[in-house]
Design a protein around this ligand. Sequence first.
Ligand code: G6P
Length: 589
Amino acid sequence: MCGIVGYIGTKNSKEVLINCLKKLEYRGYDSAGIALKNERETQIIKSIGKIINLEDKLNSNNLITANIGIAHTRWSTHGKANETNAHPHCVGKVTLVHNGIIENATTIRNELIDSGITFSSETDTEVVAALLNKYYDGDAISTINKTITRLTGSYALGILFEDDNNLYAIRKDSPLVIGIGEKEYFIASDITAIINYTNNYILLDDDEIVTLSNDNIEISKAGTIINKEILTTDLKSEEDNKGEYDHYMLKEIMEEPILLENLFQKYITNFSLLPDLSDYEEIHIVACGSALYAGMIGKVLLEEKANIKVICETASEYRYKKTVYDRKTLVILISQSGETADTIASMRKVNKQNIDTLAIVNVKTSTMARESKFKLFIEAGVEIAVATTKAYLLQVATLSLLSYKAIINKSPVTNSTLIKEIKILPELLKEILTKREIYQKIAQVIYNNEHAFFIGRKMDYALSLEGSLKLKEISYIHSEAYQAGELKHGTISLINDNIPVIAIISDSTIKEKTLSNIEEIKSRGAKIILISNEEITDYDLTITIPKVNEILQPLLIAPCLQLIAYEVAKLRECDIDKPRNLAKSVTVE
Ligand code: G6P
């Protein structure tokens, strides 16, 4: 999703902004642009495609000397990905970059067109620039305040005025941090963009306006100056740090054993950090994408282990649904970024009704981490590859830990066996990850197909959903996940010779049922790839993983699915870390 950076200080702003922009590449984008400013002029350069294209253009232009600037990566919403629609946008004296969606942009655009203003792009952002320019009377703060009263929707804005040497920023429902350096300041969509320059930052809240000069920062809201706490992050830069790996995705999968070990260590040694779910009669799990599929595993585990009714729902539906909270309910919101627009909206809806919220998040500075009643951090570190792997696994692991606490509360006797398994699990996973040949062999079977299926029951179905999503998002093979017993109700008509079907069997109580479903598909020509915790050798390709307690089992299966998707995408020569059209952090609806 769009990324914003801004700089004011003593350094060459072009160098700083390009470096920071590169750190936002992981969010996904289709064009990029930069505005450089000094006391005399503002220069705007944009390009479609990767930041390298923008750099090429910058190198072939005569650039002004500038210590101020704003820059942007655009993930198109209003209008195609082309240079005209790319940010920054300039109207009259105003130049700005924007992340978010202005919902009433068409109304304002029509009103401005009626008053004689012409637009060159199709974007909602240019409408904001035109409105600011219309209201601009030399006083930036009052102009911004007047403009935002007209806007509905979400925005994080970095703004420059032609006859003013400050950098301004404001946000509403879109993330924005302010970096504090030595005689220099930054604005950024997230802290990772600026950690090469500073670890000190301020989190802006909705409708606070920040004014930055190279030796001063002032924050105000509705005309009143406010003091904000300066925070420090311990995040480290991951720059150029793929190490021995070809892709961040592979590197991040390989980090999973150590991250699991650290996560278990953190929560098992400090059990009170985990909330006691037995206080609740009902749990709702709400999330998007892979986080939702992690939640679906959580639902199976918590229902079976904690005997609590669990509803798991996609956030884009939950936020608009009528929900009756007639029993003591906990709403668990899962999000790597903590900035997913639909998940935040769901959380706010629940908070308003005074129902307990628990955020399972990775980014500690995120909106969800700040606004939920309880929070659990998954400690995944920075995840660069757009398609999540380690963060998803640690979301599942956190839900496993919640189930673990529920089990121990009910039956302390099981504790010692489970603890033993928790301790050896990272080692077991390490072994699974080293067997690269099997995933490469499976990929050979899959990569030439345009369709694939994943099947499983209960928890294995939830895992299938993520396996299927991973495959389609990075390899562009059309893939569907089905509950093993459901495939025959229509979709089996798509099964023909050699279509790959990845079947997961980890629950011995329903193993025979799934095996019958596999036979139905096999007899129609499908190539079966089986992942199981039992030795079953009747199929084309089989991965056998160690059998562990049900609450830990998904943690050994999910990485196999991630590696299958990775090897397939590699054979298809896809842009694995930055798949087309995808955004890592979906900050608009
Ligand atoms: C996007 C990403 C997915 C992610 C989903 C939810 O669609 O591409 O990988 O699972 O958003 O993101 P979150 O940050 O809320 O976990």
